[in-house]
Design a binder for this molecule. Structure first.
Ligand code: FAD
Length: 494
């Protein structure tokens, strides 16, 4: 007899609903609790998981395994090459362990929802109860509807409803206890499971030794690390978040996205911690910094709700179907220049180089480079969406898809397509002194003053050229005009 928790994107012991329920069930039955994680190289590929993210997940598993062992819970890890084989193999394992219950937190991408629905039926056939529970969002998808019973597709009214819903159901911010130390039944009944090794990254996703060293130092894994980071942010920076979050050189945001994406931190814990730092104990009042940060964490919930209600966004389709008719460019040279940070637009290039080096990019810059790809280069936004997933340590389908929909105007954002970010103005506004650019584009280190924002047009062309910095690959005004015409034409077509 055993109770099993299946870990996916929820790699923590604290405030984990499924793990908590599994542990309660184990206690009630006097049965051992087993935690399980399946590594599927094909799944990583299907989700375009970045090698840096795979590395982070595997490093997190090492920490999680040690954390669970202290509670006498084994973390069993198995590699299953083909994703189709996962459900069948899990069923075999459950039978081998004589498990009566399987618990898991829900994932909302279409493939995962379908898989889990089938698994619930397959488990039932074997007299095993499978519970898939909502956990990743603070407010579960489906809980919020507008006055007319419709789903919200616009953030602002949705956010008002989100806040009101939590204020009316304050228990939603109650944290789930970590499992207590389990009576050592698992140690006696399943001693071998405690020695289950964490595999290396699949061959096609391995980082070089140098990269591994770099990312280990940059992104330490684990739940404790996530909590420390959250505490430090809430104690020291959250108050100034609203005023300083948009300036990439400031580094004033929480950098917690990697922990939300792998589940080392729950959104519930984050929102509750922020709220408790606020004198008003409200989500939408008091400190500007705190309420703005909570509203940003809410965007994560919002995009997951969008994914659940309009699942076709999972199938490479734009949220707004009428945008299907836009004729995109597929200019490989332009795409390559964008990927490498060699577009001749310093703010765009700095941002892409930050992504390539860190596996992370500041939010303001994600918007700038996203708009640049879709509007200035008229490249298919799905090329950018894909590149981001393949390189982000915090790659999350719903947030990434939502962000790209925003950037290309094909998503839920109600702003019309003719809002086109001007990279020069963005650069002058958000990187006034050029500090961020100088950090990431060493060719421009010696460029002084405002020339940093467009060296060739402001008298620093010689220096830029000498250092091998490229001229602009497209002209701003021409690109803008081309974009407006192309979107208009696309939307005019049936
Ligand atoms: P903070 O500013 O400290 O915000 C706290 C948390 O709120 C974040 O960790 C994140 O979970 C959430 N959040 C903040 N802004 C957003 C947003 N706009 N949308 C959704 N959630 C948000 N975020 C991802 O987690 N994964 C992605 O793959 C991703 N891709 C993006 C692609 C584009 C084109 C754009 C414009 C945005 C994308 N974002 C993505 C959202 C956002 O840029 C990051 O969440 C943020 O930069 C992470 O840094 P942070 O943790 O310091 O954020």
């Amino acid at each position: 007899n055993a109770v099993v928790h299946w870990y996916k994107c929820d790699l923590r012991t604290k405030d984990n609903k499924s793990l908590h329920l599994a542990s309660q069930k184990a206690k009630e039955k006097g049965a051992p609790l087993i935690a399980m994680y399946i590594v599927s190289p094909q799944d990583f590929e299907a989700h375009l998981t970045a090698p840096v993210r795979v590395d982070f997940i595997l490093r997190t598993l090492e920490v999680l395994k040690a954390d669970l062992a202290k509670l006498d819970i084994p973390l069993y890890v198995e590699t299953i090459e083909k994703r189709k084989k996962i459900p069948g193999r899990i069923l075999e394992l459950l039978q081998e362990w004589g498990a009566s219950h399987l618990f898991a937190n829900a994932e909302y991408e279409v493939d995962e929802l379908r898989r889990e629905a089938q698994m619930v039926r397959d488990c039932l056939d074997q007299d095993i109860a499978m519970d898939v529970v909502p956990d990743t969002c603070v407010v579960a998808p489906g809980e919020l509807t507008s006055g007319t019973g419709k789903q919200y597709s616009v953030y602002t009214p949705w956010f008002r409803a989100w806040v009101a819903h939590i204020h009316n159901n304050t228990k939603l911010l109650d944290l789930f206890d970590a499992p207590g130390k389990n009576p050592s039944t698992a140690r006696t009944q399943f001693p071998k499971l405690f020695n289950s090794p964490i595999p290396d990254a699949p061959n096609n996703m391995k980082l070089s030794a140098e990269e591994r060293k770099k990312f280990r130092a940059m992104w330490p894994p684990g739940e404790e690390e996530a909590h420390e980071r959250l505490k430090k942010f809430a104690d020291e920076r959250i108050g100034g978040y609203s005023a300083r979050r948009n300036f990439p050189a400031d580094n004033w945001t929480s950098s917690l996205s990697v922990h939300f994406a792998s589940g080392t931190l729950s959104a519930r814990t984050a929102v509750r911690t922020a709220r408790d730092h606020n004198n008003t104990k409200k989500l939408d009042g008091g400190s500007e910094g705190i309420k703005t940060w909570i509203s940003e964490v809410a965007w994560r919930d919002f995009y997951k709700h969008v994914l659940v209600h309009w699942p076709y966004v999972c199938m490479n389709k734009p949220f707004k179907p009428e945008y299907t008719n836009i004729t995109w460019e597929y200019n490989q040279q332009h795409f390559q220049a964008w990927c490498e940070g060699r577009t001749g637009y310093p703010i765009v290039d700095a941002a892409m180089r930050q992504l390539n080096y860190c596996g992370w990019m500041h939010n303001r810059c994600r918007m700038i480079v996203g708009s640049f790809l879709a509007k200035h280069l008229l490249l298919d936004w799905r090329m950018g969406e894909r590149y981001f997933m393949e390189h982000l340590i915090d790659g999350d389908f719903a947030s990434n898809n939502g962000g790209w929909g925003f950037s290309a105007s094909t998503g839920v954002d109600p702003q019309p397509y003719f809002r086109i970010f001007n990279p020069l103005l963005q650069s002058e506004k958000f990187d006034l002194e050029g500090e961020y650019i100088r950090k990431w584009v060493p060719e421009l280190k010696g460029v002084e003053g405002k020339a940093i924002h467009e060296p060739y047009a402001r008298g620093s062309g010689k220096l830029a050229q000498k250092n091998g910095y490229p001229e602009r690959i497209v002209d701003h005004k021409e690109s803008r005009d081309r974009c407006l015409a192309r979107y208009k034409e696309g939307l005019g077509r049936d």
